[in-house]
Design a protein around this ligand. Structure first.
Ligand SMILES: [Fe+2]
Length: 588
């Protein structure tokens, strides 16, 4: 599970950050924050070849908010800043109610969920098993939360600053680099020396604490310490490559353009508003049509229109918004799907929870009286007049895996969250059951078929089949979520009475991975089989503290390991990743 509904909150007044120390028995105040230091780039081994970095093609002026260039040296805090930080300490020490496990940093940041304590410059890795196949020529980059400051107050798994972990592979050699996405929030807080904004998913922690945090955040904004117009997002969720640009994404903000340099380093280029055409936020799960090169996306929020659909042409130029007014209440819309003809949205039971929020509770909650729906709109619609909604009771998804057109029907494959009410607070209680839902557009009949009874999420496919009928899905095994103990391959063409899992690999005792990603062995070969390629993922051994990059044969029944790369430092558990081929890296 990853960052979900921060779009809901992007239009709300800011609240105070979680800078103060966790409450202690003596109720005494202490320092307001502990920063995770960026170690100087002295770790780059001399054997790592580092040709001169390529200049980016895009000038900083094309971004909506050029990032501060001030070096990593916090300025002396002003008197107002000192006073605000003291208030933060007071709230966290005396006002906060006892922290629930889901927002208690001592619980959330355990084991390999703990942040790494400094950025890692490009560092050569050791291939310890097998060899890296030639088609893995490029970079696998995975996004995830890594809080810049160790939280002293409430903290949720989805709250951390985005950090990219890139393994650049060329001619069988691998170089790992871990860098923060240099968002406006990250940069301003880094230069200030302390957090300025609240943690979105954990700040609603009791009425009094929420109200006082809100007041302090407003004071920070009015005193000029933070300008929310430049964005509040962490860019910690995913990555996407479109219009010859690579973006780090989080759904509460605009995309951040990033690049991987020729020596494997990661640079943040800036926050991208697409010539002023993209407002406020964009999903972290845009969909790229592999045939046309177009990108389809949306944003959602707490005020009408609750959903706005849009697309980018193959050059990455944003096309006009399509507000969807037929969605009449704010729903949590983390992901969607496309077919060749349609865009497919799920209006789930999880939405805004204003009553709870007023009481300082979670802003996101499940409405058991609501009937989930699937909405289907022509992909090139100019307005929502042709959008149709179909009731699909109990269908609550965070992620879609794929969808396609089939005769007069639309078919969607997605993990349906059983006990979705635990999405934010008790993630370990969620069971995600992959379903195939068929919507007959002529009759309106919806039929549903469970694909597997296993607890599966983070499902991916061969990207060449996005929006087209496909057979194979690769999904992470929740054990329980958010921990991932293995990966399975599903044959979604199998009928109800045949086992759909056709391949699997469990990572072993104390070993946990993340979302898999499929890399085709021959991406240019139209005759290649759908599953002819490799699955890649980072896997961590909690006993030894060692992380590895695994390359697995996607055609084999046990996901045979083709190559294992020992990483020079652990890679914390995270969210979504992407493999970018060398030819595309050169465009950045
Ligand atoms: Fe996601």
């Amino acid at each position: 599970m990853d960052a979900l509904s921060s779009s809901f909150l992007s239009t709300f007044p800011t609240k105070s950050p979680n800078t103060a120390p966790k409450r202690n028995p003596g109720k005494s105040l202490s320092v307001s924050c502990v920063r995770i230091e960026e170690r100087p780039t002295t770790q780059t081994p001399s054997k790592t070849t580092r040709p001169p970095p390529q200049p980016p093609n895009q000038t900083p002026s094309s971004y909506s908010s050029p990032l501060p260039t001030k070096p990593n040296s916090p300025t002396q805090p002003t008197l107002p800043a000192v006073i605000f930080n003291l208030f933060d300490d007071f709230i966290n020490t005396f006002v906060d109610p006892p922290l629930r496990p889901s927002v208690d940093p001592k619980h959330v940041l355990t084991s390999n969920f703990a942040p790494v304590t400094y950025e890692l410059p490009p560092t050569e890795c050791q291939v310890i098993q097998g060899s890296l196949p030639p088609c893995l020529d490029g970079a696998y980059i995975r996004n995830g939360p890594n809080p810049q400051y160790l939280p002293r107050g409430p903290y949720h798994l989805f709250d951390g600053d985005g950090m990219l972990h890139s393994i650049r592979i060329s001619q069988g050699r691998a170089v790992l680099c871990s860098r923060y996405v240099k968002t406006y929030k990250y940069t301003v807080e880094r230069d200030a020396g302390f957090p300025l904004l609240p943690n979105v998913f954990s700040s609603f922690n009791g009425l009094t604490a929420s109200a006082t945090r809100g007041a302090i955040s407003a004071a920070r904004v009015f005193s000029g310490l933070y300008n929310p117009a430049n964005g509040i997002g962490n860019a910690n969720t995913s990555l996407a490559f479109f219009g010859d640009r690579l973006y780090a994404l989080g759904e509460s903000d605009l995309p951040y353009a990033v690049r991987v340099t020729s020596d494997g380093d990661i640079e943040t280029l800036g926050r991208k508003d697409f010539d002023g055409k993209l407002f406020m936020s964009m999903t972290a799960h845009p969909k790229i049509d592999p045939d046309t090169g177009e990108t389809f996306a949306f944003r959602y929020g707490p005020v009408p229109p609750f959903l706005t659909y849009f697309r980018f042409d193959p050059n990455g130029t944003k096309q006009p918004d399509v507000p969807v007014f037929s969605l009449t209440s704010p729903s949590l819309l983390h992901d969607f799907a496309i077919t060749k003809k349609y865009a497919v949205f799920a209006d789930i039971q999880i939405g805004m929870n204003p009553i709870e929020m007023i009481g300082g509770g979670s802003p996101v909650g499940l409405d058991p009286s609501k009937v989930s729906r699937i909405g289907i709109i022509p992909k090139y619609a100019k307005d929502d007049s042709e959008m149709r909604w179909f009731e699909v009771p109990g269908f609550n998804i965070m992620h879609a895996i794929n969808a396609w057109d089939e005769d007069d029907a639309v078919v969607m494959v997605a993990p349906n969250l059983l006990s979705a009410e635990h999405t934010l607070d008790r993630m370990e209680l969620i069971h995600a059951l992959v379903e195939k839902v068929r919507i007959d557009l002529k009759t309106g009949i919806v039929s549903r078929q469970p694909i597997s009874t296993r607890n599966l999420d983070f499902g991916v496919i061969n990207p060449a089949y996005q929006g087209k009928k496909n057979r194979f899905v690769y999904a992470a095994v929740g054990d329980p979520m958010p921990k991932i103990s293995g990966v399975v391959k599903l044959d979604v063409s199998n009928g109800e009475h045949k086992e759909s899992i056709v391949a699997s690999r469990m990572y072993g005792p104390d070993c946990f991975g993340g979302e898999p990603f499929f890399v085709a062995r021959e991406p240019e070969n139209p005759e290649a089989e759908e599953d002819d390629g490799y699955l890649v993922s980072y896997v961590h051994d909690e006993k030894t503290g060692e992380s590895r990059f695994l390359v697995m044969d996607a055609k084999s029944s046990e996901f045979d390991i083709v190559a294992a790369v020992k990483l020079p430092r652990r890679v914390p558990y995270g969210f979504h990743g992407l493999f970018v081929r060398e030819r595309d890296l050169k465009k950045l």
